[in-house]
Design a protein around this ligand. Structure first.
Ligand code: SF4
Length: 113
């Protein structure tokens, strides 16, 4: 769930229920400067962890609330990982996640004149 496109993301959530959301273990709050609550993560390699629920199938991040395609939210939004912050709406990856949930790709926003 990205930052700048949060309006459209709050009616979607497909990316949080499609991809494995992994990141460097230093992002866990078990480490100085880390923010992601440790108890919501699971180790997947010696140096990487993932959001619980995204390491399995069907995928659904434990921090995602609501119904995909309806009103959704991230319960740890200010603390989410760089992987989540960097995911961007309107990309092919966004469209792929939406498609997996039976949702059409997002229409590009109209450019301001
Ligand atoms: S932490 Fe939040 S933004 Fe990241 S996958 Fe989970 S619900 Fe989505």
């Amino acid at each position: 769930m990205s930052e700048s496109t949060s309006d459209v993301c709050q009616d979607c959530g497909a990316c949080c229920a499609h991809y494995r959301v992994s990141f460097y273990w230093g992002e866990s709050d078990a480490h100085p400067g880390g923010t992601v609550p440790r108890h919501l993560t699971i180790p997947i390699t010696p140096h990487r962890i993932a959001m619980r629920g995204t390491e399995q199938s069907p995928v659904r991040c434990v921090a995602l609330e609501g119904s995909v395609g309806g009103k959704v939210g991230c319960t740890i939004y200010p603390q989410r990982s760089a992987t989540c912050r960097e995911f961007t709406a309107y990309t092919p990856e966004c469209a792929k996640a939406r498609g997996a949930h039976g949702l059409a790709p997002l229409a590009e926003p109209a450019l301001a004149s």
